[in-house]
Ligand binder design. Structure first.
Ligand code: NAP
Length: 262
């Protein structure tokens, strides 16, 4: 299927690895020029080179910086001639016990997983509406639907973003101008983050890594973890010319792990 977004520009945040990279790769394969960001320059440059090899006819720019800071966001936006597509992403907050989280821990989580996407939406959405095309995808988490107790910082910050987006996406001056805003909710995907969180669960419980990993996989009806490429493929469709009627939605990709009907 031709997605109808060839030649568009996308800003894909936190994209040197994992799900962000999967989204950037799918967009590049469909002819979208991208600006990718991450804090670590080395991995970012390797990914930029990989993306250029996927589709030599597009422009791939990389901007090293922390997207949760004002300076990081300004640099990313400055590198993108126009933002037709915005993929909001950043690292997730650490697990823990809510009794240990002070105000600063909460502010860091809110900055990364709620306020940063809101700032980037604010910076880009009006120009999208003026041009009559815009696609915004926020990578949140399956934890928005099925909260995980040790990930309280994530549950709280991402639910705040979800509530905000639910209202914003339905504004007629955006939805009526072909600007869509949707959230993608990953369940368990085979990325560095999954392996790091598996290791920390194993360490905390005095268990071995493989048994924790197998237990996680065992809870997924699909019998496997998701791949960044399949996450990216859905992201590219949501950003496509064909998806203009899809807005304000929370799209869960979890291999059937969520047990509810809705
Ligand atoms: P990942 O494999 O660890 O990749 C994270 C990427 O984000 C890296 O490129 C990292 O590069 C970049 N990054 C992190 N913090 C950043 C920052 N402040 N500014 C700029 N770039 C930043 O993680 P992932 O699995 O793709 O997860 C992506 C998001 O989905 C996270 O918020 C995670 O919590 C959420 N999620 C993932 C899963 C899963 O199963 N994988 C499930 C639910 C939710 P640098 O470190 O160099 O900056």
């Amino acid at each position: 299927m031709n997605l109808g977004i060839e030649g568009r520009w996308a800003l894909v945040c936190a994209a040197s690895k994992g799900l962000g990279k999967g989204c950037a790769r799918a967009l590049v394969a469909d002819g979208v020029n991208v600006v990718i960001t991450a804090r670590g320059q080395e991995a970012l440059e390797v990914t930029a080179a990989e993306l250029r090899a996927v589709n030599p006819s597009v422009t791939v720019k990389s901007v090293a910086g922390d997207i949760t800071t004002e300076a990081g966001r300004a640099a990313a936006l400055a590198a993108c001639p126009q933002v037709d597509i915005l993929v909001n992403n950043a690292g997730g907050p650490p697990p823990g016990d809510f009794r240990d989280w002070d105000r600063n821990a909460w502010l860091a989580a809110l900055d990364a997983n709620m306020l940063t996407p809101i700032e980037l939406i604010k910076a880009t959405v009006d120009a999208m509406a003026e041009r009559g095309f815009g696609r915004i995808v926020n990578i949140t988490s399956g934890a928005v639907k099925s909260p995980i107790d040790v990930l309280g910082l994530s549950n709280g910050a991402r639910s705040g973003l979800t509530g905000f987006v639910a209202g914003l996406a339905r504004k007629p001056d955006l939805a009526g101008r072909n600007v869509t805003i949707n959230n993608m909710l990953p369940g368990l995907f085979d990325t560095d983050r999954l392996h790091a969180s598996t290791q920390s669960t194993a360490n905390a419980g005095g268990r071995d890594y493989q048994s924790v990993l197998d237990a996680k996989r065992g809870g997924i009806p699909a019998g496997r973890f998701g791949s960044a490429d399949e996450f990216g493929a859905l992201c590219a469709f949501v950003c496509s010319a064909h998806a203009g009627y899809l807005t304000g939605q929370n799209l869960l990709l979890d291999g059937g792990a969520y047990p509810g009907t809705f």
